[in-house]
Design a protein around this ligand. Structure first.
Ligand code: SAH
Length: 405
């Protein structure tokens, strides 16, 4: 066996690692045998010296090591990556049969901490988020090429967390050729993904199933003597929810986002699906937009709120709570009696309990009674390891909204 640096964990610690959590915190370490270098492979052992896992180290981070394998004899080489990536692919093929576009590798939850791979048809877009993974780049590339045989791979390493790891931000073609726009299919809709300039890797796969859930809300309007629902899609990005609403039969949709670039792509997406006549696009700040519509007395049947993470750290939760509450309260007020609020938060620090409390707080202030129609998290290509709360970031809910007096 190789001569790895050894990290011994304290006796009195939460048995997090044994419960499947892939991180070792500085505060759990009893002693270190050997030299701990940035990104190097290390063995993680309990206080008695019993082997627990193989990982890579970052002596400067609170997370001093991340787990790669529970097998002491594992070689972390190209064949390791081929095996792990193959397993991740099989998982998607099982749970998203027929789909050619999905999050193919979701970091820790696919036992590849710090590695994100999104598959857009024949292309891959990759984010390498840690020094430990960056060091293994050539093996990763071999793994991806062997398993997916892509036409091209694009790096979207323009993520600030890389600088905390001592890495530079960078973007560009990593392998083959990659066009700027790639057309994917999601729930029967054609969607253009801007892989060079779009947000994150260009598309948010995590809401796939939740976008499909809009179908529930688009039926039943004819019985009410209406052609279809009037929908407001806030934080629309490239039109994900708006397109689905139109496809499932909404009469009229307004899609709002602050990013001109995102709205441009959203418009192209509407054209691509022949839905442009029913979707209106606006570049605006949602906070201002909601206030204005309230002043005008405008009403909708369905209001969708899918904001970015307002809370990026625990200390930011209080301010974020106010922000979430404000848009939810205003969203509720813009609904016709018995309309539906579709609301999400992708901030990990906004826990599910806090999220629900925030919505109830907003309902109280708006004099509304809510009935829960649907509650979910991220889609099936974002697996969650039980007990790893950090992976449980997305909350998504649909409520029927009625007035109280
Ligand atoms: N609903 C989208 C994803 C939303 S991501 C989908 O289904 O794909 C969050 C979006 O909010 C981004 O597109 C970002 O440009 C936008 N955004 C952030 N702050 C905003 C604000 N104050 N007003 C309007 N849009 C905002």
């Amino acid at each position: 066996m190789k001569n790895y640096t050894k990290i011994f964990l304290q006796r009195k610690r939460k048995k997090r690692l044994e419960q499947g959590h892939p991180w070792v915190f500085q505060s759990e370490v009893e002693r270190i045998e050997g030299k701990l270098s940035l990104g190097e492979l290390v063995q993680i052992l309990n206080h008695q010296g019993v082997f627990l896992a193989l990982g890579y180290a970052n002596p400067k981070s609170q997370i001093i090591a991340r787990v790669l394998s529970y097998d002491p004899a594992e070689e972390i080489d190209a064949s390791f990556f081929i095996k792990r990536i193959q397993k991740a692919k099989e998982y998607r093929e099982r749970f998203l049969p027929g789909s050619r576009s999905y999050r193919a590798v979701y970091g820790e939850a696919d036992f590849l901490p710090g590695l994100i791979v999104d598959k857009y048809e024949d292309y891959l877009v990759v984010q390498i988020l840690s020094y430990g993974m960056e060091r293994l780049k050539s093996h990763i590339l071999e793994g991806l090429l062997t398993v997916f045989q892509p036409k091209g791979i694009y790096l979207r390493n323009d993520v600030p967390v890389r600088e905390l790891e001592g890495l530079q931000q960078e973007t560009g073609v990593w392998y083959g050729e990659v066009p700027r726009y790639i057309e994917i299919m999601e729930n029967d809709l054609r969607i253009l993904v801007d892989v060079y300039e779009g947000q994150k890797t260009g598309h948010f796969f995590d809401q796939r199933e939740n976008r499909a859930a809009l179908k529930l809300l688009m039926n039943g309007w004819k019985e009410k003597g209406k052609e279809g629902a009037e929908v407001l899609d806030c934080f629309s990005h490239t039109g994900g929810f708006a397109l689905h609403a139109a496809y499932y039969g909404a009469k009229e949709i307004t899609a709002v986002d602050i990013s001109e670039l995102a709205i441009e792509t959203a418009k192209r997406n509407a054209q691509l699906n022949g839905l442009q006549d029913r979707i209106r696009f606006e570049v605006a700040n949602v906070f201002d937009f909601l206030r204005e519509k309230e002043k005008e007395g405008r009403k909708y049947d369905v209001v969708i709120l899918d904001p970015p993470a307002f809370a990026k750290s625990r200390s930011a939760v209080k301010g974020a709570y106010r922000g979430y509450k404000e848009i939810n309260l205003r969203g509720m007020k813009l609904l016709r009696e018995g309309g539906f609020l579709v609301t999400a938060s992708c901030s990990y620090h906004m826990t599910p309990d806090l999220f629900v409390q925030m919505i109830q707080d907003a309902a109280f202030d708006a004099h509304k009674i809510l009935r829960l129609v649907y509650f979910a998290g991220a889609g099936k290509d974002h697996p969650e390891i039980a007990g790893v709360d950090e992976g449980h970031y997305l909350k998504f809910a649909i409520y029927e909204v009625r007035s109280r007096g």
